[in-house]
Design a protein. Sequence first.
Length: 211
Amino acid sequence: MFDFIIYSGYAILIINLILYSFSFFRSEKVNVFFVCYLAFASLMQFFMEVMSHMHINNLFAVNIFFIGQMIFLGLFYKSLLKINKQKKIVKYSLLSILSILAFQFIIDYTQFLKFNLFGITVTSLIIVVFALLHFYNLLTGEKEYYYLNIGVVFYLFASTILYLVGNLTLGLSNDLKYLSWNLNAILLLGYYLLILFEWKIRYTQNRKINN
């Protein structure tokens, strides 16, 4: 069952990449940074899965994934925000976190080669902050990427909590140890489905308007 959820998530991710790429190249109504994020996520998931099957330690790739996710989603939200002060918040937050992580890796390079809970937490939660800024703007503006934004906030916040809980349960029974990872796989699938739903809503509306 767990494998089915995992591979279903991969399949939905690839479908999202294809659909958003198609819409971007056809009408350029899709944010380029989000398309890049989907492409990056698809490639990283593929390589991490291959490394896992080959019994190669892929924890460094996990760190790359979360840093890359922060960068692409950060640029995505920076492009959506209309207020210069908010754009500066995103810009300097990204630079600050990248600098902190670079300093951490310089001081102790092994942090890059293992499960870096600090890095995963800060890179995920800062995106939640950006998404909340976007939600604030949606109160008085167009509901742009509304469902996608819900997915980002819900998944990244919940998954961060699960990673923290999972780290605390490492010394407990296997059932408790892997429960958080199973829940995270379900949340990830739900996140990708919300991204798919966002495409359906936007693409269907645009097609009706054009017709």
